[in-house]
Design a protein around this ligand. Structure first.
Ligand SMILES: Cc1cc2nc3c(=O)[nH]c(=O)nc-3n(C[C@H](O)[C@H](O)[C@H](O)COP(=O)(O)O)c2cc1C
Length: 200
């Protein structure tokens, strides 16, 4: 299996957000597997307008320069780990908006999840799976859900991520192994498509 390039996307943008800590942690673990070259991609670095293009980038070139920059960044990767909290039983609006601006970069690529919240961000991840199916992405069955008994004390200031994340490490193996498998499989298949398109 050749090394794949993956992005760890931080899915929340609040000034006091929690997401950057688990993002850095999973990025380091992913790099340590040897399967991936890893880069953290922060939604904060892409101040996107609310989606207002005449159509999805599936159908027309994106007219907004910041969105084009966001798509170009995503295009650098073979797969993604999205780090997401749960906002009102779904994903942050900023994350949904960023996905709406980037259909083609996710197409036929693999996506895994790290989520946190009272129920481990499970409802956010289920919504993400449905959203990404529309984008023709493959979502990895295994995900890391950091739930209330761990995340609650972090929110209350009674624990830090450093207290909690080491105990989660064993649960990351399935996520990263399966992300590597699907990232590789989709990369090979996309390359075969390119060869076939050139030969046609
Ligand atoms: C607008 C909003 C809605 C939220 N809704 C939920 C929710 O439905 N379920 C949940 O477990 N946590 C919810 N929370 C708590 C978040 O999990 C917690 O604030 C978390 O730190 C947010 O992620 P962030 O710090 O990366 O922004 C919500 C927080 C916000 C700000």
């Amino acid at each position: 299996m050749t090394k794949s390039k993956i992005a760890v996307i931080i899915g929340s943008i609040r000034p006091n957000r929690q997401g950057d800590k688990p993002a850095k942690w999973i990025a380091d673990l992913a790099a340590q597997t040897g399967y991936f070259d890893v880069e953290i991609v922060d939604l904060k670095d892409y101040p996107l307008p609310l989606f207002d293009a005449p159509a999805s980038d599936l159908w027309m070139p994106t007219p907004n320069a910041e969105a084009a920059k966001w798509q170009a960044k995503l295009n650098e990767f073979d797969g993604y780990i999205i780090v997401t909290p749960e906002y009102n039983r779904s994903i942050p609006g900023a994350l949904k908006n960023a996905i709406d601006w980037a259909y083609k970069p996710f197409m036929k690529k693999a996506v895994a999840f790290v989520a946190y919240g009272s129920v481990g961000g499970a409802r956010a991840v289920e919504h993400l799976r449905t959203i990404l199916t529309e984008l023709q992405a493959v979502t990895v069955r295994h995900a890391l859900h950091i739930g209330g008994s761990d995340f609650g004390p972090i929110m209350m200031g009674q624990k830090t991520w450093d207290d909690v994340l080491p105990g989660q490490v064993p649960f990351t193996k399935d996520v990263l192994d399966n992300l590597a498998w699907w990232t590789n499989a989709t990369k090979v298949a996309r390359a075969a498509d390119e060869v076939a398109a050139k030969a046609a």
